[in-house]
Ligand binder design. Structure first.
Ligand code: FMN
Length: 234
């Protein structure tokens, strides 16, 4: 095989995965260079998609007036969400920084268009959600490429889709999937903010793996990998 990854390339790939962070603070004023942003968008556009439907669009946003409207929506939704938990969890929740809409250089709304290439898309007849899953694959590509380019990215889902529809002129059939904030950052934290603040821990890999059937934790034929997973091999 002549297209194998070298050890250095593998190391770079895993570095992007393990050091990618959701970034809400640490944004600097430095604008993202156009060539870098183009490369990141190109990587997103090369994600897998059900039936090769490429059902995504990327709306690039710099306009401060749009950002302000989205930030207002965040504040409203954030306030609403805070009422769903009791103190001391509520105060803890309110102390978290959960967006970088105004501070980040570029905001990107990633959307899903179920109508691209007509109604018959291979792979969506039994599971129509496969279209949205494809958009999420593009978002992950975008996120990893951003990390490889040393650009921070934060996903904001505490925002009203109705506000996004209105502010971004989305037609009825277009679904906003993600609102992303991108920019240069002072640093990338080694661990997720929500882990560092003690909000939630990272689960052990061994606790999310089953063998052959739901909740089956033991199976003779999987013993080798079971031991490797338990030893935290990376
Ligand atoms: C679908 C989705 C929505 C998210 N929405 C928010 C959000 O509204 N605000 C926020 O601060 N982080 C948001 N995040 C980021 C997660 O909190 C973050 O990925 C998680 O805590 C793990 O941290 P890491 O991405 O740095 O590894 C979202 C992530 C995903 C995948």
């Amino acid at each position: 095989m002549n297209d194998e990854f070298t050890d250095d390339e593998k190391a770079g790939f895993y570095k992007a995965i393990y050091s990618r962070r959701d970034v809400r603070s640490h944004f600097t004023q430095e604008p993202i260079n156009e060539e870098t942003l183009t490369k990141i968008l190109h990587a997103a556009h090369h994600a897998p998609s059900v039936g090769f439907s490429q059902p995504w669009n990327f709306i690039l946003i710099k306009d401060m007036k749009t950002k302000e409207k989205v930030k207002e929506s965040f504040q409203k939704e954030h306030e609403k969400a805070s009422k769903l938990v009791e103190d001391p969890k509520r105060s803890e929740y309110l102390s978290l920084k959960l967006e970088g809409i105004m501070e980040s250089d570029v905001n990107v709304c990633v959307t899903y268009d179920p109508t691209k290439f007509g109604p018959f898309i291979i792979g969506t007849t039994s599971i129509p959600e496969a279209g949205i899953y494809s958009v999420c694959g593009a978002i992950q590509n975008l996120w990893l490429a951003a990390r490889a380019e040393n650009i921070g990215l934060g996903w904001v889902s505490i925002v009203s889709n109705d506000v996004l529809r209105k502010e971004l002129n989305l037609p009825e059939h277009i679904v906003p999937v993600a609102y992303l904030c991108l920019g240069h950052v002072t640093n990338f934290e080694a661990k997720p903010d929500l882990e560092r603040s003690g909000w939630l821990p990272r689960l052990d890999l061994k606790d999310v793996i089953y063998f052959e059937k739901w909740e089956q934790k033991e199976d003779e034929s999987w013993n080798i990998i079971k031991k490797m997973i338990e030893s935290n091999l990376k």
